[in-house]
Design a protein around this ligand. Sequence first.
Ligand code: HSE
Length: 334
Amino acid sequence: MRTFRISIIGFGAVGQGVARSILSKQEYLNKQGIDLQVVGISDSKGCEINETGIDIEAALLRKKQKGSVAVGSGNGLDIIRDVEHDIVVEVTPTNIKNGEPGLGNMRAAFGSGKHVVTSNKGPLALHFSDLKELAEDNGLFLRYEATVGGAVPIFNLVHEALAGNTVIGIEGILNGTCNYILTRMSDERMPYDLVLKEAQELGFAETDPTYDVEGIDSAIKLVIIANSVFSQAATYKDVDVTGINKITPEALELANKNDYVVKLVCEAREGKLTVAPRLVPKRHPLAVGGTLNVASILTDLAGRITISGKGAGSIETASSILSDILYIVRNSKS
Ligand code: HSE
């Protein structure tokens, strides 16, 4: 049995989803000779550390009952620096202004010989190449499938399954909140404010939902795609962004009458990065509804490959994180 020790830094919806999936897959992984041991969990109020393995079920229950996992006063950085382990799962909230605390956590992980798996968009959108370089210089992995498209495996698809192809362009719908709002407004003629509130209640929207509706979240994801897929040193400023907050019910109705839907489409092509509402024919592969995300990848050898799935959600995002953890388990020397 190969044991990998893991910390979960951030214990919100994604962190708890990771804990739950590690717990539910224990037997499945053991059968493959893999033992994932969670040795540290932190949230904004404190942390739990147990070098022989945390009781995940008890930690989840404590979080539910008391609002925090904390049994001690340390923070994520203390776990990363002081507790011996292999993989840091960095799932603190996205901060697009300066990337913190995720950025500092990732740098500390690489500085102390630990791999990083993350769903945190901020640090990657701001410092993609620095972080990648830091990981490589230290012989470590930085894996970030969960940052874009939730459960949809965009980076694995491009870098693994489509290896050898040149990617000519990518277009997609990468924000579940906007897609939900546009779908409900168009299909059920619901008012914008009410559907936005619903999206917040479903737990998909960002803490500040202007990030969603103004296209900022989509643009951040497109920046990560540009860096990862096109090796383009892009930042948020390089994206031409228009959100969905000015779309009128009349515009949606007119589109509907002509067999179109309005979608917030992200596009990366020939170095140009755009996020804007577009008219999409109802039968087009990009015309996915509700909170679904979709990515359509145009390549030289394989042609066009389109994948769609859940772009947010606790367990769905944990699916991408678990897959990144297992990539490291299979490819690292330790
Ligand atoms: N607010 C984001 C969305 C969450 O609606 O897609 C997933 O990144």
